[in-house]
Design a protein around this ligand. Structure first.
Ligand SMILES: Nc1ncnc2c1ncn2[C@@H]1O[C@H](COP(=O)(O)OP(=O)(O)OP(=O)(O)O)[C@@H](O)[C@H]1O
Length: 254
């Protein structure tokens, strides 16, 4: 069996008496979207923060391509290929789409930030940035000011910036939030394509999008994974339906 690209083993994290993550084990394999769902307060954000390196687990390990990154900083993990999107938007609204993507590509080179002008003349960076923009469907918007893009296009640009890091794994925190039906309809096929570039660990409250996109779904309740399975099996799993207490789990909602 091939080694998963990302392997989370036995992650536990407490805040005082509260176990926000309890012996969480899950993995992400090449070419897949693995969605992490769970009711409010289940511990999804806490888990993602530990995977990205923003929060240290009390115990457990995180391995990226077989390498233990549990003790590494967020920046070291990002350079190793763990890219997180959508938590905080770091886009520069006054700059163009291409300039934003090029600054992202510069970060991937681990280079020092040079003078803005000389960075923008760097043909290697420009090519990396243009390829990333093409990949998310923003090639034609390279010269637009970010401030003039739609909400959905900014999300696409955030993904492009992440792609300039040549990620091995994409951690996506609620990519559909606030997008509306049209934005979501653009984002879904983009993520379906992107999973072949880097597998995606997806946290998302939009259950229709989750059930359309996910190859596997893990359900987190009170810090514990209660089920990991294909979408159809998750939809009909009695433990999952009980945990959601009638919340919308797609067309067969309880
Ligand atoms: N820094 C913290 N200190 C204390 N408790 C925390 C802290 N961060 C999270 N928690 C608690 O841990 C539990 C899990 O929270 P978390 O935000 O990870 O859940 P979530 O599944 O992401 O929720 P949501 O879907 O509402 O975003 C909650 O009970 C929350 O109140």
């Amino acid at each position: 069996m091939t080694e998963p690209v990302l392997r989370i083993s036995g992650i536990t994290k407490s805040f005082g008496a509260l176990r926000a993550s309890e012996d969480v084990t899950l993995d992400l394999c090449a070419g897949e979207i693995h969605a992490l769902i769970g009711p409010n307060g289940a511990g999804k954000s806490t888990l993602i923060a530990q995977i990205a390196g923003a929060l240290a687990p009390d115990s457990g390990t995180i391995k990226l391509e077989g390498r233990d990154v549990t003790a590494q900083s967020t920046v070291a993990r990002a350079r190793a290929g763990l890219a997180r999107t959508f938590q905080i938007s770091s886009l520069a609204m006054e700059d163009t789409v291409l300039q934003n993507a090029m600054l992202g590509a510069l970060g991937a080179r681990q280079g020092r930030l040079g003078l803005f002008g000389s960075v923008m003349r760097d043909t290697g960076l420009r090519e990396t940035a243009r390829a990333a923009l093409d990949e998310v469907g923003l090639g034609e918007f390279a010269g637009f000011r970010v401030g003039d893009l739609s909400h959905g296009q900014r999300r696409q640009l955030e993904v492009a910036v992440a792609l300039t890091l040549k990620p091995r794994v994409l951690l996506m925190d609620e990519p559909m939030a606030g997008l509306g039906a049209e934005g979501t309809a653009q984002m879904v096929p983009m993520l379906q394509r992107l999973k072949h570039t880097a597998p995606i660990l997806l946290i998302e409250h939009d259950m229709d999008a989750v059930f359309q996109l996910a190859d596997r779904i893990s359900v987190l309740v009170y810090g514990q994974i209660i089920a990991t399975d294909a979408p159809d099996a998750i939809r009909t799993d009695p433990r999952v339906r009980e945990a959601y207490l009638g919340d919308d789990l797609g067309e067969d909602a309880v």
